[in-house]
Each structure stands twice: as C-alpha cells, then as structure tokens.
Write a protein that binds this ligand. Structure first.
Ligand SMILES: CC(C)(COP(=O)(O)OP(=O)(O)OC[C@H]1O[C@@H](n2cnc3c(N)ncnc32)[C@H](O)[C@@H]1OP(=O)(O)O)[C@@H](O)C(=O)NCCC(=O)NCCSC(=O)/C=C/c1ccc(O)cc1
Length: 401
C-alpha cells in the first residue's frame, strides 16, 4: 500500500527534479547578428528597374502608383537576392505569377535562405563568444522556403551544431515570425537549465516576386516595401559572466489575436510563387490595439510604465504603422528612431526586421550609454492580425559600457 507520506515524498522529489531542470533567472539576449544579400537598390531607382525586368512598361499608371508608394514608404534602400540579374535571366517565368514557377523558386530559396540565415547566425555566435556546439536549441523562422527536411536542418549543418540540437521551424508567420521565435526561445531558455537557444529568421522576397497586374494592388505595395535579410539572436538564462555578455532581459511575453481580422493580411503559395494580401486598414487596427497589449503586459509584471520612458523595438511594417503607433501612444519624435532607421536602410524584411531593430537599439545604447533607460517593449505584427509583445529590460552587459 502507498502511504500519504510516500506520496508526499515522491511529490517533493518530482518538484525538486522540475526545479533543477529550470533556470533561475529570466531569458536574456546574449548575442545578435544580421545579414543581407549582396545586391542592394535605392528606392528611387526601383520602379524603373521593376517595370523593365518584368516587361511591364505598357502599364505606366501602375508604375506611377509604385513611384508614389515608394516615395511615401520611408525607405531609402533595400537588399534583394532577386536583384541579381542572373536569377531572372535563368528564370524568366519568375516575372509572371500566372506561369508555374513554385518548384524553381523553392529549389533556390531552400538553399539560399538557410545560407543567408547562417551568415547572420555566425555573427550572432561570434558576438555571444561561445562555440556553436554549445547551442542546445535552434528555432528557424521563414516564410520563403517551404520544404522538408526544412532549412533548419541545413542551417544546423552549415553552423556545425551538435547532432542533438533540438530544432523547431516556424513557417508563414510573416512579419510576426521574429517576435514569435523570440517568445519560444524565452520559454525554452527558462524551462531548460543551461539551454542556449539560437533564433534565426531569414526572408527572401524571391518567393513572391512577379510583375504588376491590373487590379492587383497588393503586388504594388509588397514590391514597394519588402526586402531580404536575416537576423539571429542567442537567448539563454543565468549567463556566465566570464564569457557571456547579457544585453536585454526578456521579462514577459504575450501574443494577442485581434478578432475578425483574419482577412487583413494573408499569404498563400500557388503555382506561380506566393500570393499575399495586405489590407488597407492594417496600421489603424494595430493602432487601436497596441495600448491594451502594453497595458496587459506591464500589469502582468506589476510595473507602472510611462510610454515615453521606454525604449522601443517596434516592427516597421510600413511607415504609416510607425506613424500611427507614435500618435496613439503619444510618443516623442525620437522614440521609434531605431525602427525608422531600419525601415529606411533595409525596408520591411518581414519577421527578420525586429531583430535588426534590436541590433540597432543595442548599437545606440553602446554608443550613447543606457542612462535613463530601463524598460523597453519589442512589438511585432503580422497575419491574424497577430500582435506579439515582449517586455525587455536593459541587462548588465549594456550597463557596463
Ligand atoms: C507607405 C504606405 C504604403 C503609403 O503611405 P501613406 O501615407 O498611407 O500614403 P497614401 O495614403 O497617399 O497612399 C499611397 C498609395 O498607397 C496605397 N496603399 C496604401 N495602403 C495600401 C494597401 N494596404 N494596399 C494597397 N495599396 C495601398 C494607396 O491606395 C495610395 O495609392 P494611390 O492613391 O494610387 O497613390 C503606408 O500606407 C503604409 O506604411 N502602410 C502599411 C503597410 C502595411 O500594412 N504593412 C504591414 C503588413 S506587411 C506584411 O504583413 C507582410 C507580408 C509579406 C508578404 C509577402 C512578402 O514577400 C513579404 C511580406
């Protein structure tokens, strides 16, 4: 017969096993790296390039529209793999979404996307300062390379990760992919003592590059805003101060789905690549919901926050998204400077972009010091409409600067 005392002892043993498996402190950003394809184009030149290579000069009104959107985009340049002339010379079918081309696109991206991710991850690992074989978990997020075995396997082999690394792929989360991946990394790091999680996000617009069509407004907006890039972050708890440099603690993370908005941002593979839709009300929907996400998040950790005292890592989905957020939260002009700079220099690289913003914030804190800064908010938005919120706190490695 099992006595209550024996049950009590067993419970204590299980409790102790669970306690020992978990980290003591919060998940912390320990390294960041970013990378882009070699080819870059100024936003001013893009409409001429795009209409020339897609043989669309017979649609001048659409070209004018693209020019208008480019001018208002807040973007100065973007990096894109597809700008490499050889790609379109070898695959003229990529310029027409009505021609079958998904196989050829996936063939290219299933190699090129993990390779771009490896470039960013190599920098993040060097920044972290420990060997790649110390990585215990890999989270790879992309919408651009859907295939199995998927890019995480290739990425792990490019980086020389250990065969027992625990891999997860996030696919088609679009612009909130980076936020989602970081939240999962937080859960893994806090629930597995000693875990070191590599988050790698990489996006290539090649999967959705094609010529303009009458009435297809989304094509214009996508080709005006989206760029290619990769961002990687090492996340772990209880840092070893002798070799690791804690940058940002991740104090709290949540996800909110805005009801009745599933039609607003969509992505779907088809025989000619990937179709997408970006509804016109997206900035306003985000603007109407962002404050509640922040209030709920800060209430959860019982911190009274003033929006203008925070540092901000907001996904720059488009210039207007940043304008609306700044207005509804009553933020001062410089608050979203890191997001605006990333938008200006790289465009919207979907889920990857928020890692670039985090990297830019870190650069600013290292250059100017952290005085007056303690709490910050990382926010990312995408299909759903889904809003990711992560509350950040400046960690000791940035304070030492
Ligand atoms: C820079 C914009 C596009 C324009 O600036 P504006 O201050 O609003 O200027 P206007 O009001 O004068 O609009 C300029 C033109 O843009 C058009 N426009 C204004 N939003 C729209 C609109 N959603 N649709 C299609 N025309 C529009 C607008 O109709 C107008 O056309 P036109 O009258 O012919 O000059 C601005 O509206 C803006 O930042 N919008 C936010 C874009 C946005 O929602 N981004 C978040 C979602 S992105 C996402 O989920 C990514 C998915 C993805 C998918 C595929 C990939 O490869 C990669 C990623």
């Amino acid at each position: 017969m099992i006595t209550p005392a024996a049950v009590g002892t067993a419970d204590k043993v299980v409790h102790e096993i669970r306690r020992k498996q978990r980290a003591d402190g919060p998940a912390t950003v320990l390294g960041i790296g970013t990378a882009n394809p070699e080819t870059c184009m100024s936003q001013d030149e893009y409409p001429d390039y795009y209409f020339r290579v897609t043989n669309s000069e017979h649609l001048p009104h659409l070209k004018d529209r693209l020019k208008r959107i480019c001018k208002k985009s807040g973007i100065e340049k973007r990096f894109m793999y597809v700008l490499n002339d050889e790609v379109l010379e070898a695959h003229p079918e990529f310029t027409d979404r009505n021609l079958p081309s998904l196989d050829a696109r996936v063939e290219i991206t299933s190699k090129a996307v993990p390779e771009l991710a490896a470039a960013a991850a190599t920098k993040a690992i060097a920044d972290w300062g420990r060997p790649a074989t110390d990585i215990t978990h890999l989270i790879f997020s992309t919408y651009s390379a859907v295939k199995a075995p998927s890019g995480d396997r290739y990425l792990a082999s490019l980086l020389g990760l250990r065969p027992t690394v625990s891999r997860t792929v996030l696919s088609l989360h679009g612009c909130y992919g980076g936020g989602r991946a970081l939240q999962l990394a937080k859960e893994l790091a806090e629930n597995n003592r000693g875990a070191r999680v590599l988050v790698a996000c990489a996006e290539m617009t090649l999967i959705a590059f094609y010529g303009p069509e009458e009435g297809a407004d989304d094509t214009m907006i996508g080709h005006a805003l989206f760029g290619d890039g990769s961002g990687a972050v090492i996340v772990g708890a209880d840092p070893d101060d002798a070799v690791e440099r804690p940058l940002f603690e991740m104090a709290f993370a949540s996800q909110t789905t805005v009801p009745d908005t599933e039609h607003l941002i969509t992505m779907q593979h088809n025989m000619g690549g990937m179709d997408y839709h970006v509804g016109s009300g997206v900035p306003e929907i985000i603007g109407s919901n962002i404050e509640q996400c922040l209030v709920d998040a800060f209430d959860s950790i019982a911190v009274k926050a003033k929006w203008n005292d925070l540092f901000w890592a907001v996904h720059p989905g488009g210039r207007r998204i940043l304008d609306v957020i700044q207005e509804v939260l009553g933020l001062g002009d410089g608050s979203l400077a890191a997001s605006r700079k990333v938008l200006r220099e790289f465009g919207n690289m979907s889920g990857t972009t928020v890692v670039f913003v985090l990297s830019e914030l870190r650069r600013r804190f290292e250059a100017n010091g952290v005085e007056g800064a303690e709490w910050g908010a990382l926010m990312a938005f995408g299909p759903g409409v889904t809003m990711e919120t992560i509350l950040l706190r400046i960690a000791s490695g940035l304070k030492k600067n």
